[in-house]
Write a protein that binds this ligand. Structure first.
Ligand SMILES: *Cc1c(COP(=O)(O)O)cnc(C)c1O
Length: 394
């Protein structure tokens, strides 16, 4: 049997490798505490689940959904954008529900990139931007995100030969994996850059609702002219603890939305309707649990940052996202430090290099772990500091 080259050349998804390592350790009876994947540990709010159960019992929802999504979901998304960001959207032309935003992010490359085109992709980043680019026979050109630039890409540093071939630009704020945030002034610069070089902007923003200390992250679409040059992906996964239900959306430029709609209508048959109705409930129902959840994450963030700083690691306090991005101690690289923590204290952190070359020297820790495990994991990390101290003195 011969598998296609595009699959043979595909690396296993980052977390597949990590999950395998954890499973091996657990099979040996070792307890592993994982700060790996960003998957909310808290339950989906109960009013959303009740709507889902009710909708599941209605035979009208047992049939093929429309791949473009229920009108009431597109309406709810448009209304949510209006209320939250003061951004007006046409629910028929500028809104497309997705089977989780990863699905749309992955498929968009096929809609916008011809073989040989370039996609500008931040580094480090969510791996799907570059993988989908490669799958569409296009080329990622990496824009390093550096701490001295606040983890924003230096758009002025892209060479003209690349700009000539670049069709799309990926950005993501609040950022996974660095936890960095962007203001509307940055988004304004992105719009100007996109107009000047005829580049489509794809902003991935699943963390706009996961923020701390009263900070309210902006939408890319709040920048003047944003809708002319791009789209924004959003998700119910992180805001409403709905990663398992698979529902997200892309909003903005109608030509881009239309291209993805045509592509998807040929490939998938939409989001199960009961889940779409649960999503309507999430977006239009009471929002108070968002604050409760953010308060929980904020407390975890504070504990984690304090522990890491006590270990002597350099860490910024993230204003948003579910992640803490920590510099590894001198003498280690990302992978070495991550395996050291796994082997010595049974704690999983994600090596920064899993998100790109520029992630070297960092590890990412996720806040989506129950309080009791978090406390245990952090105390194991503190204990590791002792090991480092002893080895230094030897
Ligand atoms: C979690 C995440 C997503 C995917 O969210 P789904 O809607 O669950 O597919 C997309 N982008 C980034 C940066 C993420 O961290």
């Amino acid at each position: 049997m011969q598998i296609a080259k595009r699959i043979e050349n595909l690396p296993p998804y980052l977390f597949v490798t990590i999950s395998r390592k954890i499973a091996e350790k657990r099979a040996r009876g070792e307890e592993v505490i994982s700060f790996g994947i960003g998957d909310p540990d808290l339950a989906t709010p109960s009013h959303i689940i009740e709507r889902l159960c009710q909708a599941a019992k209605d035979p009208a929802n047992h049939r093929y959904p429309e791949s473009e999504g229920l009108p009431e979901l597109r309406q709810a998304i448009a209304q949510w954008y209006q209320q939250r960001f003061d951004v007006g959207l046409d629910p028929n032309a500028e809104v497309l529900p997705l089977i989780g935003s990863k699905e749309g992010i992955g498929h968009l490359a096929w809609c916008l990139l011809n073989p040989g085109d370039v996609a500008l992709v931040p580094d480090p980043a969510y791996p799907v931007y570059s993988i989908s680019t490669t799958l569409a026979d296009a080329e990622p050109y990496y824009l390093p995100l550096r701490p001295e630039n606040g983890y924003l890409p230096d758009l002025g540093a892209v060479p003209q030969t690349i700009l000539d071939r670049a069709k799309i630009l990926w950005i993501c704020y609040p950022n996974n994996p660095t936890g960095a945030v962007a203001d509307t002034a940055f988004f304004d610069r992105v719009v100007a850059f996109a107009k000047q070089h005829d580049i489509i902007v794809c902003h991935d923003g699943p963390y706009t609702e996961v923020a701390y200390d009263g900070y309210r992250p902006p939408s890319f679409l709040q920048a003047v002219g944003a809708k002319e040059v791009g789209v924004e992906f959003h998700s119910l996964s992180k805001s409403y603890n709905m990663t398992g239900w698979r529902v997200g959306m892309v909003v903005g430029n109608s030509q881009v939305i239309d291209a993805l709609k045509r592509f998807k209508s040929n490939l998938d048959s939409g989001i199960p309707q009961a889940i779409q109705l649960a999503a309507v409930e999430a977006l239009t129902g009471p929002q108070d649990e968002l604050t409760l959840h953010n308060n929980i994450y904020q407390r975890r963030r504070d504990l984690m940052v304090e522990t890491l700083r006590d270990m002597g690691l350099e860490v910024l306090l993230p204003k948003a996202s579910l992640y803490v991005w920590a510099k590894v101690p001198p003498g280690y690289d990302s992978a070495g430090f991550a395996s050291e923590l796994l082997e010595q204290v049974g704690v999983v952190v994600t090596p920064g290099t899993g998100y790109g070359k520029a992630g070297e020297g960092y590890v990412r820790l996720s806040l989506t772990i129950p309080d009791a495990s978090l406390v245990k994991g952090l105390s194991r990390l503190s204990a590791w500091k002792g090991t480092l101290g002893r080895s230094k003195n030897r």
